[in-house]
Design a binder for this molecule. Structure first.
Ligand code: ARG
Length: 318
């Protein structure tokens, strides 16, 4: 699996940064094992025989020193930057691609709020899930839906964004693929991202179709645009974002989904971090930061200067 660790720059602009350094999750995973026991040390010392009875302290008060993370002093976040306006590569002022998107802005906000240094690990979306499962990262921030099927491998934060699901094609095919019936045929290729809830939507709504799982949403967009793929299940705001750069894309219709909204995936069992992340999310929603991050990300993903379909080497995927 392709993986990179990127150190996020100090400024929220993020346009000028791109520091890629080698590294593997193996070197940080050992720390994760000690986490659960350390988290309870204080409470155990105080409560003695009372054991489980004493609950942990107030979320908002959590200081960085009390937080257990896979790398001390750092907040290690896995993401899958194929998902504008949530996370994507944009061309910075220096001409190099840089990580952008409201998930990345929120990640930086949370890290700052918790007094931790942000470290971002980029992987395909199924990699975000496995990084959390192996406790190689602290958080997964990738427009993650709080799918109950994932509860065994991660905890979910409160929701920080509400989106929706759509069936997408290109304008030229909009007349043909205009209903679930029309796309539920063996000759129709239906794309969805590997590991995503869109895969579930595809199998639930288009069981007879030729379902094509792809690792990146940008691959799916490229296949739709080149005519290799007929339709795809994509998060609505992501489809709308790519549509601004590629007006040939057409949203056929909204697709019902019952776990709507995005949460942060938190390394399972790290109660202290979960509480601290929820407190930071509440703050970002309340102080207007989240709104600002969303507006900035949407603008960055849809300008002529910036391109939502870039990969990390600055190539436009087509
Ligand atoms: N919300 C969907 C899910 O949780 C898709 C998320 C895909 N994220 C990404 N960065 N590609 O399954």
């Amino acid at each position: 699996m392709k993986k990179k660790i990127l150190a996020l720059g100090i400024t929220m602009c993020m346009a000028a940064f791109l520091a890629a350094c080698g590294g593997s999750s193996a070197e940080t995973s050992a720390a994760a094992d000690t986490k659960a026991s350390e988290a309870n040390t204080e409470a155990a010392a105080q409560s003695g025989a009372e054991g489980e009875e004493s609950e942990s302290s107030d979320a908002g008060e959590t200081a960085a020193a009390d937080l257990q993370t896979v790398a001390a002093g750092k907040l290690t976040v896995a993401t899958s930057p194929d998902f504008a306006p949530y996370e994507f590569y944009a061309i910075g002022e220096d001409g190099t691609p840089a990580l952008a998107g409201f998930d990345m802005a929120l990640a930086k906000y949370i890290a700052d709020d918790l007094g931790l240094e942000l470290e971002v690990v980029t992987v395909d979306f199924d990699g975000v899930l496995s990084e959390l499962q192996t406790k190689s990262v602290d958080l997964g921030m990738a427009g993650l839906s709080p799918d109950p099927k994932r509860e065994g491998i991660m905890d979910f934060s409160d929701l920080y964004y509400i989106g929706g699901q759509s069936l997408v094609t290109v304008k030229a095919n909009a007349g043909t693929y205009n209903s679930f019936e029309a796309v539920n045929k063996p000759e129709v290729s239906v794309g969805a991202q590997i590991g995503s809830i869109q895969m579930d939507l595809a199998t639930a709504n288009s069981p007879d179709a030729d379902i094509v799982p792809l690792p990146k949403v940008t691959d799916i967009i490229a296949e739709l645009l080149s005519g290799k793929m007929d339709v795809a299940y994509i998060e609505t705001d992501v489809a709308k974002s790519y549509q601004k750069n590629y007006p040939e894309l057409e949203i056929i219709m909204e697709v019902p989904y019952d776990q709507e909204g995005s949460a942060i995936g938190v390394c399972k069992g790290n109660e202290g971090l979960l509480a601290a992340v929820n407190a930071s999310i509440a703050k970002a929603l309340e102080d207007g930061s989240m709104e600002k991050f969303i507006a900035e990300a949407n603008e960055l993903a849809s300008g002529e200067k910036y391109e939502g379909l870039l990969d990390e080497s600055g190539q436009v995927q087509q």
